[in-house]
Design a protein around this ligand. Structure first.
Ligand code: SAM
Ligand code: SF4
Length: 334
């Protein structure tokens, strides 16, 4: 018998699970991580089989979309085994979409396998088209390798959406060029405001660029028309008349989107965060490991959803320059 759907105390239907399959990464983006990070010991991680079990329990409860993220999902050893096993839910029709968010560094290697396992669209994060700046933002990344990955993904038939974090004084003046590039290549572009998650080496007030400001600047060069397009995520989209492409805005700070939140986030250790911006969490690893059946896990998931908070309280200004939550985006999964 199908389980009852996951509905939180505010009547929101939870249909989207994001899974951070690893907190590790081959980049060290300045807004995401400190240069010197301590990662979780490997023994604390859920195995790929356990991740599959938790994802499948959520699918039984009505989750229709799963996004694998991290850290960098494609650096987790054996990750294609998980993609392959989850693809059975696409085949059965229980899942509408299986997708990933990646920094693109390993895409050339994995693009065709992703397509083979039913992945249709992916998000790739690129904050700048300038090789030197790219190195400065990611500390360890190489832009040509990422571009090669994007090409391989598109050649393999994947639709690619580019995500870019808007950074004051860094890529601020490059955004029109990024719009032209992404749209010229037939890719959507989504801009993201920096969120105060985890300690980084710098001050976030120096990085924060409100997207309301970016949008106003873009309107000097482009005609933006708001459209109702939705991908199941929090972005609000506009069509740019001059390029014909779609531009998304993820604005957790200037425009809170919590009222329509349909998602929860699972970490690689089996902790479920019901909100990206709150500390409250549920341990799913203990019930998962306590028995072979899913009864305890199901109870723990239902209990967690009954505690999903109304929303986050992100603020970034000179008086609020500490992280809203102590964990990094790479732990919870962006
Ligand atoms: N490594 C993959 C990547 O970079 O796409 C997946 C994980 S990453 C944490 C997911 C997304 O979160 C990326 O687009 C990244 O730019 C964004 N991100 C990371 N830290 C952020 C922060 N503090 N505020 C806003 N976005 C952030
Ligand atoms: Fe790694 Fe993605 Fe975080 Fe950059 S944003 S450090 S690529 S997890």
């Amino acid at each position: 018998m199908a389980s009852p759907p996951l509905i939180d105390p505010f009547g929101r239907h939870v249909t989207y699970l994001r899974v951070s399959v690893t907190d590790r990464c081959d980049f060290r983006c300045v807004y995401c991580m400190a240069e010197d990070m301590t990662f979780l010991p490997k023994r604390d991680l859920l195995s790929l089989e356990e991740l599959d079990r938790v994802c499948s329990a959520f699918i039984d409860k009505g989750v229709r979309k799963i996004r694998l993220t991290g850290g960098e999902p494609l650096v987790r050893k054996g990750i294609m085994t998980l993609v392959e096993s989850l693809s059975r839910h696409l085949k059965s029709g229980a899942l509408d979409e299986l997708t990933i968010t990646t920094n693109g560094s390993q895409l050339a290697k994995y693009a065709s396998e992703l397509v083979h396992h039913g992945v249709k669209r992916i998000n790739v994060s690129v904050d700048t088209l300038d090789e030197t700046k790219f190195r400065a933002i990611t500390r360890w990344g190489e832009l040509p390798k990422v571009m090669q990955g994007i090409r391989a993904a598109r050649d393999a038939g994947l639709a690619v959406k580019i995500n870019a974090v808007a950074l004051k004084g860094v890529n601020e003046h490059e955004i029109p060029e990024m719009v032209r590039w992404a749209h010229g290549e037939g890719m959507d572009l989504t801009l993201i405001e920096t969120m105060p998650l985890g300690d980084i080496d710098g001050d976030r007030t120096d990085q924060y660029l409100p997207l309301s400001q970016v949008r106003a600047g873009l309107m000097d060069q482009f005609t933006l028309e708001d459209i109702p397009y939705k991908t199941g995520g929090p972005a609000r989209y506009a069509r740019i008349a001059e390029t014909g492409g779609r531009l998304g805005f993820i604005t957790p700070l200037t425009h809170n989107f919590c009222e329509s939140c349909n998602r929860v986030r699972l970490t690689c250790t089996g902790t479920l965060y019901m909100c990206l911006g709150q500390e409250d969490a549920a341990d799913l690893r203990t019930p998962l490991r306590a028995s072979e059946g899913n009864q305890l896990l199901d109870i723990a998931i239902d209990e967690a959803i009954s505690r999903k908070p109304k929303g986050h309280d992100f603020i970034i200004d000179r008086t609020h320059n500490k992280p809203a939550v102590s964990r990094h985006m790479s732990v919870t999964g962006g």
